[in-house]
Design a binder for this molecule. Structure first.
Ligand code: UFG
Length: 328
């Protein structure tokens, strides 16, 4: 049985990865301060170390207690707008903490690390779909913070042979199809859960941020990739590390506008999404769509969820079963 440390394993994407690891018989220890993660998202049989990554003593004590087959590093702050207002938080939580984790990995002989990176490091892309080597120019401290960690990892690989996978998520969406896990951010800022709650009358009508973008219907286009597909991509990328470090863009490779997402939620729910038209949200690029050709070619990974309605249906099912998220 292999043994993995998953930082942020009580969070949205991290918890889906833990489920995927367990499904293949691996042992997981989750390291999470539960600031945005949920105790209820950590299944029985998985050790939960409730601590902050800034606590270097806790990180080092855990990694010293090896051997570990690898580390999956999710724990981070992830809101673009929040990072514009509070860049120092992102420097500490995302960069300093990751640097400490990388140092601890090197110190304690951990040789493989999979890192949650982001499409936000491309800023306003020069072309679509976005390939890994396209221009990188983060427009936010959040994107900057993830880029810095990618660079720290590259340096640790050169100096110490730490193998890493930098996985740049586009828009993580949906919920575990078996219904055990789902999206529960507090506050929630993401389009699909907000649209679902607007349909259910649990929140005000959804504000569509911007209708004058240079896109066919004037609203922003994003690449929604199912969270379970992200999880399987982590497993595929980890298995590839014996051949060297990798960087992959992870998306469904299909763009959908905000209006198309609202239409999808309406189809799944069987009623329209109450919404208003609002100004643009600062920092939102018009369109982000991934090319995941590299991970397809190198790892044989493919998104299983290729139809937006199917992704939305899993989010809808989760919300109906958990109207108050993990508190339900
Ligand atoms: N949107 C609305 N109204 C809302 C919320 C969102 O119109 O109430 C729009 C946004 O303007 C955007 C789209 O819906 O065009 C998706 O917005 P999200 O907030 O769901 O996601 P983002 O694209 O802003 O960001 C997500 C992650 C980031 C990551 C980025 C990479 O939250 O961490 O995808 O693509 F960097």
């Amino acid at each position: 049985m292999r043994r993995f440390l998953v930082t942020g394993g009580a969070g949205y994407v991290g918890s889906h990865l833990v489920r995927a690891l367990r499904a293949r018989g691996d042992h997981c220890t989750v390291f999470d301060n539960l600031s945005t993660g949920h105790r209820e998202a950590v299944p029985d049989g998985v050790d939960l170390v409730e601590a902050d990554l800034a606590d270097q003593a806790a990180v080092n004590a855990l990694l010293a207690d090896g051997p570990w087959d690898g580390v999956f590093h999710f724990a981070a702050l992830s809101l673009v707008g929040d990072s514009m207002r509070n860049p120092q938080l992102y420097r500490t939580a995302n960069v300093s903490n990751a640097a400490g984790l990388i140092d601890a990995c090197v110190r304690h002989g951990v040789t493989k690390l999979v890192f949650s990176s982001t499409a936000a490091l491309f800023g306003v892309p020069e072309r679509l779909p976005i390939a890994e080597d396209d221009r990188i120019e983060p427009g936010s401290p959040y994107g900057e913070s993830k880029l810095m960690v990618e660079r720290l990892l590259a340096a640790a690989d050169r100096a110490h042979g730490l193998r890493f996978a930098a996985l740049r998520y586009f828009n993580a969406a949906g919920a575990d199809p078996d219904g055990a896990l789902g999206e529960d951010h507090r506050p929630e800022t993401h389009l699909i859960p907000l649209a679902i709650d607007a349909v259910l009358g649990r929140r005000p009508p959804l504000a569509v941020f911007g209708t004058d973008y240079p896109t066919p219907d004037g609203t922003c286009i994003r690449d929604y990739v199912h969270v379970s597909d992200l999880a399987s991509a982590h497993l595929a990328a980890f298995d590839r590390l014996d051949a060297g470090s990798v960087t992959y863009n992870l998306g469904s490779e299909t763009g959908h506008s905000v209006r198309e997402v609202l239409a999808s939620v309406a189809r799944v729910a069987g009623r329209p999404v109450p919404h208003t038209l609002a100004d643009r949200r600062p920092g939102d690029p018009a369109a982000l769509v991934a090319s995941s050709a590299r991970i397809r070619a190198e790892c044989g990974w493919r998104a299983r969820f290729t139809v937006l309605d199917d992704i939305v249906a899993t989010a809808w099912a989760w919300r109906l079963a958990h109207p108050s998220g993990y508190d339900s």
